[in-house]
Design a protein around this ligand. Structure first.
Ligand SMILES: NC(=O)c1ccc[n+]([C@@H]2O[C@H](COP(=O)([O-])OP(=O)(O)OC[C@H]3O[C@@H](n4cnc5c(N)ncnc54)[C@H](O)[C@@H]3O)[C@@H](O)[C@H]2O)c1
Length: 342
């Protein structure tokens, strides 16, 4: 396959020939943090980050040389083909029923696939219907079982509906992964529009509240259940120019602890994961967003491992927290951040 402008930097660097050309044209960039963070962006998206200040003629020179080479095709996103674990294995999710919100992409899709591969029946929830149904198709193509329910997690009726649909289909609820979330437009706090603030808090924090509120009623009657909420490293420390997002994720951490405390003797465990930077739609949108807004935060987080996490690396932790292997964990705020917060 010959190079085209849709190839990401990660894909270029995976090819020895392309990586050599990139290093030749951009020697000072390949070791810069912004470059390392940009593995899922195209060269044009990288050039659009104001801090990168890459002259157009150098970009064109690089693209011209890349156009002459042929790259090996990149394999389509691999569906985990792991064997369904045996019932006696504490990591097994055989017989369990799980709901995953925000399951149309990123961390949610990878987790829905992982939970299904370990044996759970999965309700795929997302307001993106086409991509949500694609997640369900991937689960089924991998031999798993599930249903798709379209929902906005900030809407109480929608949340009650996807929980009811799960109960109608499978008669119980073992696991809720409250994962849907949206990123804030980067800006100083004084410039955050009130309706934007409301939307961030409604999706990220109220969405988690509603999911827990209606799932806990069922789990409490059952006497068992595991809830996992997606917070963020911004749940435990601030990120520049993201005060509303940071507040929503701190709120998730607080609510996770509160719920864990209330249900600790009732058979229900509640934990949160804190991703740092993950290669998903949220992070891919950042360069474009900065370009459109013309706003440059004072600092970018430094990906200490030199790369984003793959969504599957978060899914591993979600599947662990959903399983009986994590039976002594509740109220845990689990950093899966590649050392970002060190
Ligand atoms: N990607 C990162 O670097 C990162 C870091 C820390 C935390 N997170 C958190 O991880 C979670 C998943 O994000 P991701 O990175 O996989 O991004 P993503 O954009 O790939 O996935 C988010 C999914 O949530 C869905 N969604 C958004 N709002 C919704 C709503 N109101 N109702 C239903 N579905 C909705 C989207 O359609 C999308 O499929 C989010 O809570 C995000 O804040 C991500």
């Amino acid at each position: 396959m010959t190079y085209n402008e849709k190839w990401t930097i990660g894909e270029l660097l995976a090819s020895e020939a392309a990586a050599a050309i990139v290093a030749k044209h951009l020697p000072e960039f390949v070791s810069a943090p912004a470059f390392k963070m940009a593995s899922m962006h195209t060269l044009d998206q990288l050039a659009a980050i104001p801090q990168v200040s890459l002259p157009q003629e150098r970009l064109e020179g690089l693209k011209a040389e890349l156009a002459g080479i042929t790259l090996a095709p990149v394999p389509a996103a691999a569906i985990s083909a792991e064997a369904v674990s045996a019932p006696g294995d504490s990591l097994s999710l055989q017989g369990k029923v799980a709901i995953v919100t925000g399951a149309a992409g990123g961390i949610g899709r990878a987790s829905a696939l992982k939970l299904a591969a370990r044996g759970a029946k999965v309700t795929v929830v997302d307001f993106n219907e086409e991509a949500g149904k694609e997640t369900l198709r991937l689960i089924q193509a991998n031999g798993g079982e599930g249903i798709y329910v379209k929902a906005d997690v900030s809407n109480s009726a929608d949340v009650q509906h996807f929980i009811q649909r799960t109960m109608d289909a499978y008669g119980k609820l073992d696991v809720l992964f409250n994962n849907a979330g949206i990123i804030q437009k980067f800006s100083l706090l004084q410039d955050i529009e009130e309706d934007h603030y409301d939307r961030i808090l409604n999706v990220n924090l109220k969405g988690v509240f509603l999911g827990m509120k209606y799932a806990l009623k069922i789990m409490d009657e059952q006497g068992y259940g595991a809830i996992i909420n997606t917070a963020s490293t911004t749940g435990v420390r601030a990120e520049h120019s993201l005060a509303a997002y940071t507040a929503s994720k701190h709120g998730i951490v607080g609510m996770t602890k509160g719920a864990a405390l209330e249900y600790v003797k009732r058979g229900i465990r509640v934990n949160a994961i804190c991703p740092g930077g993950v290669a998903t739609g949220i992070t891919a949108s950042v360069p474009q967003q900065l370009q459109e807004s013309g706003y440059v935060p004072e600092e970018f987080p430094n990906m200490r491992m030199g790369r984003y996490a793959e969504p599957e690396e978060l899914a591993e932790m979600v599947a662990f927290l959903a399983s009986d292997a994590s039976s002594y964990m509740t109220g845990s705020i689990v950093l899966v951040d590649g050392g970002l917060t060190l």
